[in-house]
Design a protein around this ligand. Structure first.
Ligand code: HPA
Length: 291
């Protein structure tokens, strides 16, 4: 065995170290996880009895460099539900490898989280979407060109080959639709295509993505979903259409617009999350979980 592989801790060991650290900071054992995307970080204030841990204090955790991603892990209670909320995430375009950018998901999985809700800002490709719409992910297309699972597989994290037929859990989607109805918030469904960024797309790329079957485009989420499914977590994905994709809207795209729209619909997203997350917790606690 080469010396480097003796001295360099494995992903499992690094993630376990982060878990130990977090367990030393909170008495809660979170059952469900939530990642808040661009402009959507405000929901974290709904967590009670919260321990707020900046990412830079957590061993091996990647640091967010994007404006609008505050970089804090909040562990506490949503009502009676123990939850871990990531306020901000890191992306491949910041220079992180697929393995590094999904490290937080590995930590959440080893902390014991059974269901992970991923939110993001996305460009709307489907013509009948509008800026500010909330869309539940029915599926995704990974066009980033990378996978967090490249390299030797660690069986302690998951199997080498695993099914992605229901990347986004059908039963969690059903709960989300019910929660949206109860709150009078419209929630559509669509296929998300994940791209490397950071440039927004060209109109020709958007036309190509539509032909491929994509309804939404964004620079996150797909790798996190792959890592979470590898570990057997159920995943729910919700996009906020912060802008219509390139070539559909008249004006050029910019990050400020993404942030502003995120802020505008944050309340609606929070209403859905407050209703659906305790229901998800009940479901996964009841067992009969689907890996
Ligand atoms: N393209 C890619 N990512 C995005 C967009 C977009 O139009 N809007 C928000 N995130």
């Amino acid at each position: 065995m080469p010396l480097t592989s003796i001295l360099t801790p494995t992903l499992y060991e690094r993630a376990s170290e982060a878990v130990k650290f977090l367990q030393s900071r909170t008495k809660h054992t979170p059952l469900i996880g939530l990642v808040l995307g661009s402009g959507l970080g405000g929901f974290a204030s709904a967590i009670q009895d919260a321990v707020v841990v900046p990412y830079n204090e957590i061993p091996h955790f990647p640091q967010s460099t994007v404006q609008g991603h505050s970089g804090k892990l909040v562990v506490g209670l949503l009502g009676e539900t123990p939850i871990a909320v990531m306020q901000g995430r890191v992306h491949g375009y910041e220079g992180y490898s697929a393995g590094e950018s999904t490290f937080p998901v590995r930590v959440l999985g080893l902390l014991g989280i059974k269901a992970l809700t991923l939110t993001n800002a996305a460009g709307g490709i489907r013509h009948n979407y509008a800026q500010g719409d909330l869309v539940l992910l029915s599926d995704h297309i990974n066009l980033t060109g990378v996978s967090p699972l490249t390299g030797p597989n660690d069986e302690r994290l998951g199997q080498r080959f695993f099914d992605m037929t229901e990347a986004y859990s059908r039963r969690l989607r059903q709960l989300a639709h019910t929660a949206a109805n109860e709150n009078g918030v419209a929630l559509q469904e669509g296929v998300y295509i994940g791209v490397p960024g950071p440039s927004f797309e060209t109109p020709a790329e958007i036309r190509a993505f539509r032909t491929l079957g994509a309804d939404l485009v964004g620079m996150s989420t797909v790798l996190e979903t792959i890592a979470a499914r590898h570990m057997g977590m159920e995943v729910l994905g919700i996009s906020c259409v912060t802008n219509m994709a390139a070539g559909i809207q008249a004006e050029p795209l910019n990050h400020e617009e993404v942030m502003e729209t995120g802020k505008r619909v944050e309340g609606q997203l929070a209403a859905i999350l407050k209703t659906v997350l305790p229901e998800i917790a009940k479901l996964v606690l009841a067992g009969g979980g689907k890996a």
